[in-house]
Design a protein around this ligand. Structure first.
Ligand SMILES: [Zn+2]
Ligand SMILES: [Zn+2]
Length: 202
């Protein structure tokens, strides 16, 4: 078998104590310490923090059915005011880890491992010896649970686009005069009886 068991990976779970008889079941509570961020660049569960995983493994005819409840705290920034925010992640996954088989299906599972964060739920997972690699289901669960439009507060007023100050901290009549060299030039030109803009003083 060409697939490697990376026992250093916090995502590999050894299911040796689950009898391979349909109907058998085991439960475990895991704390998985992340060595890299999980998520997308501005919204993630950061490296160094932990993902809590409630895991239920059931033996079925084809392999092991893994049901996981992922709990974690994500960090990111408010899309309106850019303040740092945190948000809870609670997301379930369920995946069938099939017993390893020879031939073309093995290739599929290798491809899937390399694909990493692809969200293709049709791709099969495979047991590697006694191990389940939980990285992809956990990663996918976290990405699914990321807020689409994260805000520090529903009422967040965001920033003035000109000066970048928070509207919350600015007076109601806050405004900016439009000072733009092109407009100044145009005003001079119009006021100078048809002379070309090039003749305007700098
Ligand atoms: Zn905000
Ligand atoms: Zn402003």
């Amino acid at each position: 078998m060409s697939m490697k068991i990376n026992t250093n990976s916090p995502f590999f779970y050894n299911a040796h104590d689950l009898p391979r008889r349909a109907g058998e079941m085991r439960e475990a509570a895991l704390e998985i310490k992340l060595i890299e961020n999980l998520g997308i660049p501005l919204l993630s569960v950061p490296a160094g923090s932990s993902v809590s995983l409630g895991l239920r493994l059931e033996s079925v005819d084809e392999g092991i059915l893994a049901t996981g409840q992922v709990h974690a705290t994500g960090i990111g920034e408010c899309t309106r005011c850019l303040d740092p925010i945190t948000f809870p992640i609670n997301q379930m996954f369920q995946e069938l880890y099939e017993y390893e088989v020879k031939g073309d299906r093995k290739q599929k599972s290798k491809r899937e491992q390399e694909a990493g964060d692809e969200l293709d739920i049709d791709d099969a997972f495979f047991l590697v010896g006694d191990y389940l690699n939980l990285e992809t289901p956990i990663r996918d669960a976290i990405v699914l649970a990321l807020p689409i439009n994260p805000l520090c507060d529903e009422e967040c007023e965001g920033l003035c686009v000109t000066c970048g100050e928070k509207w919350e901290l600015l007076p109601d009549d806050h405004a900016h005069e439009v000072i733009d060299a092109r407009w100044t030039g145009l005003a001079n030109w119009e006021g100078s009886n048809g002379e070309s803009p090039g003749a305007t003083e700098k």
